[in-house]
Design a protein around this ligand. Sequence first.
Ligand code: GRF
Length: 210
Amino acid sequence: MLQIGALASGSGTNVQAIWDAIQAGRIPRAILACVISERAEAPVLQKARSWGVPAEVLRKKDFPSSTSFDSALIEKLKNYGVELVVLAGFLSILGKSVLAAFPQRILNIHPSLLPTFRGLYGIKIHQLVISEGIKVTGATVHFVTEEVDGGPIVLQKAVSVREDDTPEILQERVKREAEWVILPEAIRLFASGKLKLEGKRVRIQEVNEL
Ligand code: GRF
């Protein structure tokens, strides 16, 4: 069984999508081993606890340095036996030692069609989509590397922008139509050994219609 560690500091709808997919048998051979959040008040923690999944708070500001925060994070993930780390709204950029501890084993969900809006996050992206008059946006799952939002792309899904969209409505639709679809799907592919990295390109050995 692939042990998944989710790092999330927000409402946790993407973690919920992972949980639902596992419960529904859509990600065979995977377990949500733990959820780690940087915000004690993050709703994702309550969600995880209600499922019986260990949920912990780890805040950079409680550590004397980024390095010691990274070491504590690695230790926690290793203690839970985590083999795949999934970032779903984690606020900090992971340090080099975390990347080295989980080589090609960290996925992130980003609410745009990367490389567009690389380095941005949250509602800002959807505000820009609307103010720039962009007609198609979406979401991307990618491997995490030292390049912020620049790692190999695993899956993307497009979402049409409507004339009456507000940033909030668009954010919600991008989650529902794209993020909650491609994140569990990317994990399924990873868990079944169907993702192969060739340089920066991810080869998928089988794809379902998204
Ligand atoms: C999502 O938009 C995700 O793409 C980004 O952070 C947000 C987390 O949302 N990385 P939620 O907490 O899963 O609802």
